[in-house]
Design a protein around this ligand. Sequence first.
Ligand code: AMP
Ligand code: MN
Ligand code: MN
Ligand code: MN
Length: 281
Amino acid sequence: MNADLHCHSVVSDGTLEPEVLAARAKANGVELWALTDHDELAGQHRARAAALRLGLPYLTGTEISVTFAGVTVHIVGLGFDADDAPLHAGLAATRGGRRERALEMAEGLAKVGIKDTFDGALQYVGNPELISRTHFARYLVDTGICDDTQDVFRRYLVEGKPGYVPHRWATLRNAVTWITDAGGLAVIAHPARYRFTPSEEYALFSEFKAHGGRGVEVVTGSHSASDAVRYAETALEFDLLASRGSDFHGPGESHTDLGTLPALPKKLTPVWEALVDRVHR
Ligand code: AMP
Ligand code: MN
Ligand code: MN
Ligand code: MN
């Protein structure tokens, strides 16, 4: 099945509206879709309604920012109740502090001569509670300071660079528990991106399982073909369901479009087999 269970709208750091993403997913042949905005559910009802109008089966989604072993890890939640109050409260707490962090990022950038980036980034923000590094990156590209968003991250927005501000997100336990208690299934997003040592990665997967986490992204726009092979093995080792999602943020910025990923390796059990009852049709 062409499932695409990871993408972003203007409600977080994507460039398209939820309705436009639904139409794009449908046009690209997606057969099961989830919008997974960072730390936010404000697009869920719109995405679901748009998908259902198109006859596109829909799973609720989000991508929660977590701090684990000093590193930011993303946990995708799928198939939860989009009106669950504790999940809403947890995400609101996770979003809190983004504005202060962004002001500090702008101070750091001002020190190396790049002025007014807070107001600059704000022009790109669709949700005032969700100012992210991506919005700074777009501003620095459009003002000609950098060639593309990758270039901005590399030069300014990653650890050790002037616009980087360490931040404490949700705990792994809380993120997994919020999702699970809301009736959903928690998935480790794009594990190849974290660059953990083998023992740190073992700890992440073990603790994730212990908290009730059920899945891992194997095929994603953030993984190479060899990453997918590697995390297919990890899924089997930890008895995790496998997920698949483009992590599409917008045309021209994301190299993997909605619905264009390779299939999951055959030996894995897809997450959607455990979510049949949670699909909106
Ligand atoms: P934040 O939640 O504000 O820390 O921003 C994280 C977002 O930045 C991720 O969800 C990606 O969309 C984007 N991002 C992170 N690293 C990179 C990178 N190296 N190149 C482009 N975008 C990135
Ligand atoms: Mn993002
Ligand atoms: Mn992510
Ligand atoms: Mn994402």
